[in-house]
Design a protein around this ligand. Structure first.
Ligand code: ADP
Ligand code: ZN
Length: 359
């Protein structure tokens, strides 16, 4: 037998910058395209964002730009849309020197990032998130992907953009429910990482909020890009949140489910005497003030066995127990060394859901 070793050890720097401000997009693009040239530029957006912004901002992009619009909605974050977009790029002769621009919410960012990472084995892309959720969460961290019939984000890559440009002016047209959706992740950042930030959210403007959330998320992600340890803390509220989303067939928005998940996971932390009663009450109050607790009514009487089995089927959960992130206090998660999530069995869930009057 002969052996040939293929040595592929390489160190690559995937660092990039996030630019944040109000009404910064025009100047930023002008500057960026002065310094970087591309054979052709593809702006990918969904039908809602297209309707509001295409006419307004077309002139901010170079002449060799093309728009590609797909139908809005998570249900379109699938292989069909991906193939349609890829065909459109091929018809327009997009090559390895072209650039994709994701202009939209998380759905647009995920699908565009994924397409860029596989089109001709990978081309450059930038993210221009227009929803609050995408600004503070999905545009940072390099997770890209599409959903399949078996679940969300089951096909995807880790792939980092050239830059993220956040213009908070886009939030002016964002529906209220989508603000709530993003706010849940912002509250999460405060709960797991920064108490002062959480307590001052009400008096702060979006530019500052988005900046702090980006700092927190990018700090966590840069310490643990592939989710082996610390990055798990970003899953706070999400084990139960994702379970609720699926149990209710995605009729409840992600942020609402995460907020309820954070309430229940905080309660578990309190019942285990890891989190103080005072801190728990404060968390409950904050979630109430933002209107999230109104949704408790919608999940009342849920099928807990079904919820538990949905959570169990998640790849991160093993041996009849579900893993959740626990809070130690407001602004700090509980950890044992590099372990940030802990097993919970169905009996503990039932007890806590009963205490919260959900069952
Ligand atoms: P996410 O909540 O992960 O960002 P989407 O990409 O589906 O998910 O965005 C949520 C919804 O908000 C979509 O219907 C999208 O078209 C819409 N949307 C995104 N940005 C804006 C905006 N700036 N103004 C109005 N609607 C927007
Ligand atoms: Zn989330």
């Amino acid at each position: 037998m002969q052996k040939v070793s293929v040595k592929l050890k390489k160190k690559v720097d995937y660092s990039y910058d996030i630019y944040i401000g109000n009404k910064i997009l025009g100047d930023w693009l002008l500057d960026y395209f002065k310094q970087n040239s591309f054979s052709i530029i593809g702006i990918i957006t969904d039908s809602n964002v297209d309707k509001i912004y295409k006419e307004k901002i077309t002139s901010l992009f170079p002449k060799n730009s093309r728009w590609f619009t797909f139908s809005a909605g998570e249900e379109n974050k699938n292989i069909n849309t991906l193939l349609q977009l890829s065909s459109s790029l091929q018809k327009e002769n997009f090559d390895r020197k072209s650039l994709l621009v994701a202009l939209g919410g998380g759905v647009t960012g995920d699908i565009t990032g994924f397409l860029a990472s596989i089109y001709m084995r990978g081309i450059s892309f930038i993210q221009i998130p227009t929803s609050l959720l995408a600004m503070v969460d999905s545009s940072i961290g390099g997770k890209t992907g599409i959903d399949t019939e078996f679940g969300k984000n089951l096909l995807g890559t880790f792939s980092q953009p050239e830059a993220v440009v956040i213009d908070t002016e886009f939030l002016k047209t964002l529906p209220e429910i989508e603000i709530k959706n993003g706010m849940a992740e912002i509250i999460k950042h405060g709960l797991i990482f920064d108490k002062d930030y959480l307590l001052n959210l009400k008096d702060t403007d979006y530019e500052k909020i988005v900046k702090r959330s980006c700092e927190i998320k990018s700090y966590v992600v840069s310490k643990d890009e592939k989710e082996n340890g610390l990055r798990q803390i970003l899953n706070f509220g999400h084990t139960i949140g994702h379970g609720l989303e699926k149990l209710f067939d995605f009729s409840l928005p992600h942020g609402i489910c995460v907020a309820l998940g954070m309430l229940i996971e905080s309660r578990i932390s309190m019942e285990r005497k890891i989190l103080s009663i005072e801190d728990y009450n404060q968390i409950e109050n904050i979630l109430k003030n933002y209107g999230y607790l109104n949704y408790l009514e919608k999940i009342k009487g849920l099928d807990i066995e079904k919820l538990f089995s949905i959570m169990l089927s998640d790849k991160k959960n093993l041996k009849g127990k579900v893993r959740i992130v626990l809070l130690k206090k407001i602004g700090r998660v509980y950890n044992e060394g590099n372990i940030y999530s802990f097993p919970v069995d169905i009996n503990e869930f039932i007890k806590v859901f009963q205490t919260l009057n959900i069952l």
